[in-house]
Design a protein around this ligand. Structure first.
Ligand SMILES: Nc1ncnc2c1ncn2[C@@H]1O[C@H](COP(=O)(O)OP(=O)(O)OP(=O)(O)O)[C@@H](O)[C@H]1O
Ligand SMILES: [Mg+2]
Length: 250
């Protein structure tokens, strides 16, 4: 029997992203194995969102490579749509369709993009509403939901495509403080059920509870990559220390 570890879901090597002369990602290497929860932190403008956008094939890259499940991620390739369907993306802004109910928002892509039968999708969607702890709100419209509830619908919408990787870009930073906890609870459930997750967030509690790795990015580079508890209690790099000091004060 083979004892080889599972191949990485995501393999980034020597990634370079420039906008004109401005280098935004400056030689990033990052492997993420199945079931791993990787939390990315760092000051504003250091390329965290750009990194996620590159993984999703939304950006041309100027150097290095990105492999998702061993397939190259290239923004203009014919395979990019198939890759993107296997990556669930959750943003700060939820972008739900206002004229559709929460349930219809969750069902839309599996029915329209994957062509799955509506009845099967609805059954799956109802299970997802339970998972995000919103079973009683499936028929509400986005305008009738709090920000935290809308974000949990957006998570259910991503899960409805059966993604192999979930990426979150500051999922709680636009929310009223009292709704942040419910979103984090759902994200922690996903982490503990073994989902592979790449999460840009400054919620240090989330990183500490369920993160396997914490990455500090600065100036387009990975400066530090360690188990969250180690990085939080004993940051090695002076910039990491300064940054964590500033966010832990708040
Ligand atoms: N489309 C674009 N054209 C030119 N420059 C861009 C573009 N998108 C991002 N940038 C620049 O790239 C850099 C990295 O931006 P990015 O949004 O990835 O940072 P971030 O780490 O996510 O920051 P924040 O914490 O504020 O979200 C910034 O200097 C930004 O101004
Ligand atoms: Mg960002």
């Amino acid at each position: 029997m083979s004892t080889d570890p599972a191949p990485p879901v995501l393999k980034i090597a020597g990634l370079v992203k420039r906008y004109g002369p401005h280098i935004v990602i400056d030689g990033v290497d990052l492997d993420v194995v199945p079931g791993q929860v990787v939390v990315i932190v760092g000051p504003s403008g250091t390329g965290k969102s750009t990194l996620l956008r590159c993984v999703n094939g939304l950006e041309d890259i100027q150097g290095g490579s990105i492999l998702f499940e061993e397939q190259p991620v290239l923004s203009r390739s014919r395979t990019i749509h198939a890759i993107r369907r296997r990556i669930g993306m959750i943003f700060q802004s939820f972008n739900l369709y206002p004229h559709l109910s929460a349930l219809e928002n969750v069902m839309l892509a599996p029915v329209k993009v994957l062509g799955e039968p509506a009845k099967e999708v609805e059954e799956r969607a109802r299970g997802l509403f339970r998972k995000v702890r919103l079973e009683h709100r499936a028929h509400a419209f986005p305008s009738q939901l709090s920000g935290g509830e809308q974000q949990r619908v957006a998570i259910a919408r991503a899960l409805a495509m059966n993604p192999h990787l979930l990426m979150f870009d500051e999922p709680t930073s636009a929310l009223d403080p009292e709704t942040v906890g419910d979103v984090l609870t759902v994200m922690e459930d996903l982490a503990t059920e073994g989902r592979t997750m790449l999460v840009v967030t400054h919620e240090i509690g989330f990183a500490r509870h369920v993160g396997h790795r914490m990455i500090f990015m600065d100036g387009g580079k990975i400066v530090e990559d360690r188990p969250p508890a180690d990085m939080i209690t004993d940051p090695q790099n002076a910039r990491t220390k300064q940054f964590l000091g500033s966010i832990l004060q708040h």
